[in-house]
Design a protein around this ligand. Sequence first.
Ligand code: ZN
Ligand code: ZN
Length: 304
Amino acid sequence: MIGLRRLFIIVLCWTRRMCVQSEDSFLRCTRRHRLKIVNVIHPISAIVLLGVIGFTLVYEVMYVGPEILGSSGCLYWLGCLFAGFVIFNILGNWWLSFKTDTTVNSLPAEQQTPAEGEAHLWHYCIACDRLVPPRSWHCRLCQGCMLKRDHHCTISGSCIGHKNQRYFICFLFHLTLGCGSALVFNGIYAWKTGSIMTADPIMLFFKMSDYSKDVDLDWKYTISIIFKLNMFLFVIALFMFCVQILMVHRNSTCYKILDRSYDLGWRRNFEGVLGKQLFWTLLSPTIISPLTNDGTKWFVKQHV
Ligand SMILES: [Zn+2]
Ligand SMILES: [Zn+2]
């Protein structure tokens, strides 16, 4: 048991060291290549996301759906409706996480300076040359201080913070739901067409199957590759969603993921991010859900 505990501590220390090193490299990189990241990587990420969604929609609606649900029945149209709902939520939340301004400048003028007796809680940002609220941090890419900054997101091309984290979480939820549903359908389709293992490198390496007489080999190969890529995307989306939920549950942020100083209980923590409507926000990005905090005052656990 002591050996196992020692191993666990070593892995934890190593992970933390890796995180610190990669954060240092990221900061160095953003300092040197800010314009390239903003003008090239952000648009490419957006194009890749739109491309993947478009391709998946066409593939599911034209090939997978008709094969599994029938081509014109009620089930098929219900499937299309579900796909439309998920895509609307993915794109809507993605767009609003990009468009919502979460900088300190987005606050009303009177809230941009500390209230009487609260100046000691604020800290000075050298880049902005001003005092900023607790939990706000400067982003070199966005060139501004973000309220309760979580991280800079390349996919949405913006910082995720106090005002837009709701949209980012809903985006990840629907991305996971979309990838998960597509995975089930693609898995059934690959199984039914006998192509699930067609592109498997182990099978090909050991020549475990004779594909020489298969006239549909190219199509089966495509189905198999799409299924495996789908599996990969699902794991990434699920992982990112779970990390976000873990952080909101603790009221922490990406850079201080284990910090529970602001933990006010799960309900208040989630209300602080999703707003008063809580999980109803998962139904649509257009649902109005006011936040319970203006982003400048944060209660520390022992003061509650
Ligand atoms: Zn700043
Ligand atoms: Zn940023």
